[in-house]
Design a protein around this ligand. Sequence first.
Ligand code: WNU
Length: 152
Amino acid sequence: MKSTQATQEEYFSFLRSVSLLRDLPEEKLSKIVDCLEIDYFDKGEYIIREGEEGNTFFIIAKGEVCVTQTTGGCTEPREIKTLGVGDYFGEKALISEDVRSANIISTENDTQCLVVDRDNFNQMVGTYEELQAYLKEYVEKLSRCDVRRNAQ
Ligand code: WNU
């Protein structure tokens, strides 16, 4: 990310406020800031589509998104939750080496997401065991939720 130092510092302190990244060492967090991309989405826009390949992890910096998923017997995807500032998504396809398992749709205009690509995600998570264990466990929990929900 090319930006002013002030912006860099803003992203740094924002990332520090994200619960998942709270305990990351300073240099690691700075590295993430250096390679961040920012994506903007309008209301109704798909950020992630179920079934597609994905190589990115997202952290919501502004706005709100909803998570929907196709479940057995229903033609319309079902809304399963909403996420807001400081929440993140897209880790599952990266960790389980699978396609995207749900849709993520912006529910506000000018939703802003910080985007971390697979390489940087692996560097962020891979070298930090607690984070890796935490996310792995969470992804397994999501898979169990999917089964219970009869997701496709
Ligand atoms: C759910 N089932 C599935 C959410 C975000 C982060 C954490 C929950 Cl740690 P992906 C689609 C994304 C997926 C998850 C997100 O949607 N998601 C869920 C569920 O019940 N996915 N299969 N709830 S919100 C959420 C926990 O990030 O990652 O790459 O794309 O499959």
